[in-house]
Structure formats: structure tokens, C-alpha cells
Design a protein around this ligand. Structure first.
Ligand SMILES: Nc1ncnc2c1ncn2[C@@H]1O[C@H](COP(=O)(O)OP(=O)(O)OP(=O)(O)O)[C@@H](O)[C@H]1O
Length: 294
């Protein structure tokens, strides 16, 4: 199954242009949608999940027209929104059984089997009788993905699932996502670059409602490979560097700024060539876009 998004635009009634001509082809497997806060990720996810209408454009999931055949989409969709409410006093086992019923799994034995297998898969089996209100952030997210996986969806959308998780829980969650399979489309929206580098064979960077780069992480990095340099500097020299070079990022390491810059032409002196990373592309693209807008 392939998801084809063509020329999707959306302006909210208050005038915010959340999506501007988004065109993307998303194949089976994990697809990373990387963008800063306010980039339009959630607007795009909600539109694909049939929860809101775009102003223009089309979305095809295989042969299904997502914008007109909403019921068909919902049958094959698993969606983990950025925020979701739960009934805090109810156990995961009972709640998941309830959601399975809503998803149309009517046969009780079949439902029991599905619920048990998802509780095992999401590592919540031992906590299945606990009220979900007492779950940690990571457990909540794993419960959310269990709900999203009910009914063996073909299209799985997870919106910023790792925000707020500690590293152990984050890894556990990402492992779970990558196990879900290569035969379904999984769209992972995130502002965490490593989530994409580590997991996604295909990706896009979105900023200001526009797709600013797309391809495999390797292809996306390709555009700046050999053009990234790094140097250690002093805090006092930072402003000067920023005025002379196209600074991608500066990070304090043990109190001292490490600066990465982009340059089309070789630079030396205090700089050393650095291996380009997805984070470099991300910051570079965002900075270029800022410049273009202002
Ligand atoms: N219902 C709405 N009405 C008006 N503006 C909205 C609405 N939803 C989102 N926006 C605005 O649209 C833009 C894109 O928001 P969106 O939530 O899609 O971005 P995002 O990339 O998911 O950001 P975040 O990571 O902060 O969730 C933002 O400027 C946001 O304030």
C-alpha cells in the first residue's frame, strides 16, 4: 500500500496557513515526518486520519480516496494522536477490550485473543489489570499504540509519540514501532531528529507548512555532505562567527561552544570538515527557510 498526498493546502479560519501545497509519496515501512513546533505535522496527520478537511489537494491510500471514502480509510487506520484521553479508573485489559468492540471485533473469543496479544506485544501484560490512570508516560503511550493496532491496520499514524518519554521508554516505544512491520505504512511525526535517523528508511522535513526535503535520510543528508565544518570557539566570538558564516548550530560542550557551519566552498583555519548529519540538514533547512520568509 502506498499513500500519495498531492498539493495539500489548509488555512485555518483565523488565517494561519498550516499546509502549503504538500506533496509526498509514502511507501510501506516507517516514514519519518520531521518538523519543529507549528510546522503543520499535526494538521497533516489529522487530515490523513480523516479528522479534518483540507482546502485543496488529494490523498490516495492505494485505491482509496481518503478525502471522500472516509469509512474505508477508518477501517484500515490506526491513529495515535498527540494527546488522547483515557478513562483513568479502568484497567488496560478492560479498556482495550472495549476499544476492540468499537473497532468492530464482535466475536468475544476473537476479541480476547486480540487484546491478549496486543498487551503482550506492548509489554503491558504484567500491568494489564492496573487502572490506566496510574500508568507512567511510557506505559500510556504503549497503551495508545495497542489501541491504534487493533484490527490490524494498514496505515498507522503516530503523532509525536516520544515527546516527554525518558530514554529507556523512548527506545522501548521505537523498538515496538519498528517491529510493527514492513507491510504497512507507518507515519511517525516527531521533532526529534534521532527518532528518524535510527528508524525510518524514508522521511520528509516539513517547516511552515511546506515540505522542504524528502527522501531516505541518506539522500536528505546528501545535499550538504562535504559542506559542513566544525570548530570550538569562545562564547565572546560566537556573534562574529555568526556574522561571517552560515552557522547551522552551536552547542555548549562542557561550557565551550561547538559551532557547525555550512559552506559551499572549502574553509580551513580554525575549522575542520565534519560528517554531515540529519540534524545538520534539519537546522540548515529551517534556517534557510527563516531567511526566505523574513
Ligand atoms: N484548529 C486550529 N485553528 C487555528 N490554527 C491552528 C489550528 N490547529 C493548528 N493551528 C496552527 O497551525 C499551525 C500548524 O500547527 P500543527 O499543530 O499542525 O503543527 P505541528 O507541526 O503539529 O506542531 P506541534 O509540534 O507544536 O504540535 C500552527 O501555527 C498552529 O498554531
Amino acid at each position: 500500500m502506498e499513500l500519495r498526498i498531492t498539493n495539500l493546502s489548509k488555512t485555518y479560519p483565523n488565517g494561519t496557513r498550516a499546509l502549503r501545497g504538500v506533496t509526498l509519496t509514502i511507501p510501506n515501512g516507517m516514514f519519518g515526518l520531521l518538523g519543529p513546533n507549528g510546522a503543520g505535522k499535526s494538521s497533516l496527520m489529522r487530515t490523513i486520519a480523516t479528522l479534518q478537511e483540507p482546502d485543496t489537494g488529494s490523498i490516495m491510500l492505494g485505491d482509496i480516496d481518503v478525502l471522500t471514502q472516509k469509512d474505508e480509510v477508518r477501517k484500515v487506520l490506526g491513529y495515535l494522536p498527540q494527546e488522547f484521553g483515557l478513562y483513568p479508573g479502568i484497567s488496560a485489559e478492560v479498556l482495550l477490550d472495549y476499544f476492540a468492540g468499537l473497532k468492530g471485533i464482535r466475536d468475544a473469543a476473537e476479541r480476547k485473543l486480540a487484546v491478549e496479544s496486543l498487551l503482550q506485544q506492548t509489554n503491558l501484560w504484567a500491568a494489564r489489570k492496573k487502572a490506566v490512570g496510574g500508568y507512567s508516560g511510557g506505559m500510556r503511550q504503549r497503551f495508545g499504540i495497542a489501541v491504534a493496532l487493533l484490527g490490524a491496520p494498514q496505515l498507522i499514524i503516530v503523532d509525536e509519540p516520544t515527546a516527554g518519554l525518558d530514554p529507556t521508554e523512548r527506545n522501548r516505544f521505537l523498538d515496538l514501532l519498528s517491529e510493527i512491520g514492513e507491510n504497512v505504512v507507518v507515519i511517525l511525526s516527531t521533532h526529534i531528529v534521532e527518532d528518524v535517523t535510527e528508524l525510518c528508511p524514508n522521511m520528509a522535513i516539513i517547516a511552515g507548512g511546506e515540505v522542504v526535503a524528502t527522501g531516505s535520510p541518506n539522500e536528505v543528508i546528501g545535499e550538504i555532505r562535504g559542506k559542513v565544518y566544525r570548530t570550538k570557539t569562545e562564547k565572546a566570538a560566537l556573534a562574529q562567527l555568526k556574522s561571517e558564516y552560515e552557522v547551522i548550530s552551536s552547542k555548549l560542550v562542557a561550557g565551550q561552544p561547538i559551532v557547525r557551519v555550512f559552506s559551499e566552498v572549502p574553509i580551513n583555519g580554525q575549522f575542520q570538515p565534519a560528517e554531515a548529519t540529519l540534524e545538520d540538514v534539519y537546522f540548515h533547512r529551517l534556517a534557510r527557510r527563516e531567511q526566505a520568509v523574513h
